[in-house]
Design a protein around this ligand. Structure first.
Ligand SMILES: [Zn+2]
Ligand SMILES: [Zn+2]
Length: 370
């Protein structure tokens, strides 16, 4: 499943996986991922950003209003200042933790920022089922096999839908696990037919399908990337997740400080850490049910339950920033979960099944016309 993204175990480490879900793991995936890291291209100026105002009128306005009064760049300014005739290092104020109960209140409030009927369901479909050791996903976890998936999510409205993530093709998926070509075809159909597409982050197993040449032409004009996602795809790309400047100009690109409502009941939450462009997607359904799609903030629900990140060595290989991830994991456990909001971890197949059996998520995509 996550050729870009996961540390796989050696095949001989696997025993006794869920029937129907597990299969052989390819050798050398970790090597491939390391080779993917640190590939930096030098490009020309990035494409001009455009506000995605055509779909939801409130979006363009919201995109222009930073929710924090102090720009991030000022917090991180550093450098030197001129003081009493000599240069001395300026102090850099520590950035306050934005992941608080106030943030959750803001998220919930903004769920009604874009007028309209709330979505009726969140469906998911995995293009590749696989397994891995829990100890690879969660620091100090047991070497127990867990069911892992590579899904897309569909926020379904009565009229149309918004897609979250695009998964990847069989070629990008490699030979690990079981790939489902028919499901991949459904994903392409859902991406093409979506009113809007967003991605939780700029890794190949979440954006690869969207970047395929015969897909990007149709899907980019209604796909919203964040500025950080675009920058990674342009300037620090991985082989299965890279953009050239001309193609990047086809996308909607938005820069927001912390929160961005994109549709009735749907709010993006900027969550850098796993990647610079990571974001969570909050969804409030017409039923009142609330769900947060957290992408790869953690790879397994146990990471949130136990408040443990990925193993340190894995984080380093992934070039994660563990400080904000710590804040995000703590927020999900101590504030989001107690508020009764369901947490959907992208690659945790068992947890997604649990949420489907509870009626929180819907298994499969609904691409029927409204
Ligand atoms: Zn992933
Ligand atoms: Zn990832």
């Amino acid at each position: 499943m996550m050729s870009d993204d996961r540390v796989r175990s050696a095949p001989d480490a696997l025993t006794g996986v869920d029937a129907g879900h597990r299969l052989s793991l390819p050798p050398g995936s970790a090597n491939r991922r390391r080779a993917d890291a640190a590939r930096v291209s030098t490009h020309h100026s990035p494409p001009t950003s455009m506000a995605p105002s055509s779909l939801f009128p409130a979006l363009a306005l919201a995109a222009m209003v930073p929710l924090s009064p102090v720009p991030r760049s000022l917090h991180r300014a550093g450098g030197v200042s001129h003081e009493a005739g000599r240069y001395v290092p300026s102090r850099v104020a520590p950035e306050p933790n934005p992941f608080t109960d106030v943030l959750l209140r803001s998220v919930r409030g903004l769920a009604r920022a874009v007028p309209g009927e709330l979505p009726i369901s969140v469906g998911y479909l995995s293009v590749q089922d696989d397994s891995s050791l829990e100890s690879d996903a969660v620091d100090s976890a047991p070497r127990t096999k867990v069911y892992q998936v590579t899904p897309v999510f569909q926020i379904r409205f009565h009229q149309g839908w918004v897609m979250v993530d695009g998964a990847y093709s069989q070629k990008e998926a490699g030979t690990g696990g079981k790939f489902f070509p028919d499901r991949f075809d459904q994903v392409v159909t859902a991406l093409r037919g979506a009113r809007l597409v967003v991605i939780t982050h700029e890794h190949g197993d979440h954006v690869g399908t969207i970047l395929l040449p015969d897909v990007v032409r149709d899907v980019a004009p209604h796909t919203l990337l964040t500025k950080q996602q675009e920058q990674t795809l342009l300037f620090k790309p991985r082989p299965s997740a890279k953009l050239d400047a001309a193609t990047a100009r086809r996308f909607l690109v938005v820069d927001y400080e912390r929160l961005l409502p994109i549709a009735p009941g749907v709010v993006l939450i900027r969550s850098p850490g796993h990647t610079p462009g990571s974001q969570m997607v909050y969804v409030k359904l017409a039923s009142g049910r609330e769900i947060i799609l957290v992408g790869d903030v953690v790879w397994h629900m146990a990471g949130i339950e136990l408040q443990r990140q990925k193993p340190d060595s894995t984080s380093q290989q992934m070039r994660e920033d563990r400080a904000p991830l710590e804040q995000e994991v703590t927020w999900l456990k101590r504030i989001v979960q107690p508020a009764g909001i369901a947490i959907a971890v992208s690659h945790d197949g068992t947890e997604l099944q649990n949420l489907a059996s509870q009626g929180v998520l819907t298994a499969g995509l609904d691409t029927s016309a409204p």
